[in-house]
Design a binder for this molecule. Structure first.
Ligand code: AHR
Length: 517
């Protein structure tokens, strides 16, 4: 790749100190005295839809399958997701949610009605994975369910009854039905989506019409016992700021705890291959990823205007890369490979969301298994982990930790006459007194020297792990499942209370340092 490296020193003022920063280095200052926000573990959430082989073959193989399973749910997948402390799982869609009639997915499996999954490949959905199976999955994972109800083609009564079925413990038609289907206790589902993409596949509504519909549906999605629903309004598409503004204006804030946003890293006109790309498309995808950050900031600014006390959360419940499907696979199944480029998008996005944790309380990457920016691929009895999975595994140290504000001037990653910040960093401190920093260098050719001033007394040992690869197109396959794998990173040092390291090109590093006070 042709790259212009500018070695002109940048003159930077930090407080009263004047110093020159070279183009291949950065000085990072942490500000622990300003730390007050918690990085909700729910930012590390997931999304799984009845789409392609996400549910069927991904989680669900059925009780009679030779693939090891518990109650029909594959054991290898459960173990892999438990290893990243999966905090929540959004289901059943996506576009599928606004066509899904939950009563078709309860009762004896052999008697459940079938339906056509019109959005995703026109395949027959036999409803064998329904409410009880999903709740069992969440319990096996130890994760919070996030259920998205049907506003587009469902009724207010249908949604209201689903909540009653899930959450009411007394005597009632729905609670009795649940008991008849084998579950005595209410599950107590908290997170409740009121429709999905209602500007599009969820009913093609205007923002004004949806806001009114939201008020109706949300009214009858009741709280039962001590369980308080956390209701999430179906939010905007990408840069549709009018949608966010209308919902913030027209829905009373006590009626919604969150408002969602969907924004995929893609070029809708020409998505391109997930694996066959060069420098230009690598840069293009990362540029689009950074553009999303700017868009989220604009949505947040609108929310700040109507809700300065930040009572309504931004829930980024669909995000990730979206490329052409792999050649020869069903176009409706959205199956794409996952390379080091996807890992960079995940690392950048999660760092960015961490730093907006005062407003962003949940995010869900699309979609956990075999679909879009997946963490896991399955093929028959086999399962492999993608580079994106490894980012989630490395970053789990940030779950529910206190975010540490920081400041620095990033060196640039230049391509032709375009440039992006090469380095992204997020830092947090957990209850065990450990500080973690996730550091991303998206530049595929240049390494950078970093000096990190922690602003507090730290121990003498720093440990770390790194995810990198020989090629930007590197990925894992069933033949080579460990082609892209995190490794120990021992090159960070502590000197005079500061951490120094050289971050290699195209890599993600997570450092761990004990804090002394
Ligand atoms: O994740 C795939 C689809 O993308 C979802 O079903 C929909 O909500 C979005 O358009």
């Amino acid at each position: 790749m042709k790259k212009n490296i500018i070695f002109i020193a940048a003159i930077i003022f930090t407080g009263s100190t004047l110093f020159a920063q070279k183009a291949d280095e950065a000085a990072i200052a942490l500000h622990p005295e300003q730390a007050k926000e918690t990085i909700s573990r729910h930012i590390y959430g997931h999304f799984s839809e009845h789409l392609g082989n996400c549910i069927y073959g991904g989680y669900w193989v059925g009780e009679d399958s030779p693939i090891p399973n518990k109650n029909g749910i594959r054991t290898d997948v459960v173990e892999a997701l438990k290893a990243i402390n999966i905090p929540n799982l959004r289901w059943p869609g996506g576009c599928f949610a606004d066509e899904y009639h939950w009563m078709d997915g309860i009762g004896p499996r052999s008697e459940r009605p079938k339906m056509v999954n019109t959005h995703w490949g026109g395949v027959t959905e036999d409803n064998s994975f329904g409410t009880h199976e999903f709740m069992d999955l969440c319990m096996q994972l130890g994760t919070e369910p996030v259920i998205c109800g049907n506003v587009g083609s469902g009724t207010v009564q249908e949604m209201s009854q689903w909540v009653e079925y899930l959450n009411f413990d007394g005597i009632s038609p729905m609670a009795d039905l649940r008991r008849a289907n084998g579950r005595n206790e209410a599950w107590g589902v908290k997170y409740w989506g009121v429709g999905n993409e209602n500007w599009g596949c969820g009913g093609n509504m205007t923002a004004e019409f949806y806001a009114d519909q939201y008020r109706r549906y949300a009214t009858y999605a009741r709280n039962y016992g001590n369980n308080r629903l956390y209701k999430i309004a179906g939010g905007a598409n990408s840069t549709d700021y009018h949608w966010t503004e209308t919902l913030m204006k027209n829905i009373p804030h006590h009626m919604m705890q969150g408002i969602s946003l969907h924004y995929y890293t893609t070029n809708w006109r020409n998505k391109g291959s997930a694996t066959e790309f060069g420098d230009s498309l690598y840069f293009d995808v990362l540029r689009r990823c950074v553009e999303i950050e700017d868009a989220i900031d604009r949505h947040i600014a609108i929310m700040d205007k109507y809700d300065p006390r930040k009572r309504v959360a931004l829930i980024f419940d669909e995000w990730g890369t979206w490329f052409d499907v792999e050649p020869g696979t069903n176009p409706g199944f959205l199956f794409q490979q996952n390379t080091m480029r996807d890992a960079m998008v995940a690392g950048l996005t999660l760092n960015y969301l961490n730093d907006r944790c005062d407003r962003v309380k949940m995010a869900n990457i699309a979609q956990t298994i075999n679909v879009l920016q997946a963490l896991i691929f399955t093929e028959g009895e086999h399962m492999i982990l993608t580079p994106t999975y490894h980012i989630y595994e490395m970053y789990k140290v940030h779950h529910d930790a206190t975010m540490l504000p920081l400041s620095f001037e990033s060196p640039k990653y230049t391509y032709g006459n375009q440039e992006l910040d090469a380095i992204s960093i997020s830092a947090s401190r957990n209850e065990d007194g450990m500080m973690h920093m996730s550091i991303v260098n998206i530049d595929p050719e240049n390494s950078f020297h970093l000096t990190i001033s922690p602003g507090m007394e730290i121990g003498k040992e720093v440990t770390g792990r790194i995810l990198t690869a020989d090629e930007m197109t590197s990925y894992n396959t069933f033949m080579k499942p460990e082609n892209v794998l995190p490794e120990e990173f021992s090159k960070a040092k502590i000197k005079d209370g500061a951490i120094t390291l050289k971050i290699p090109a195209m890599s993600v590093i997570v450092l761990e340092v004990p804090v002394m006070n």
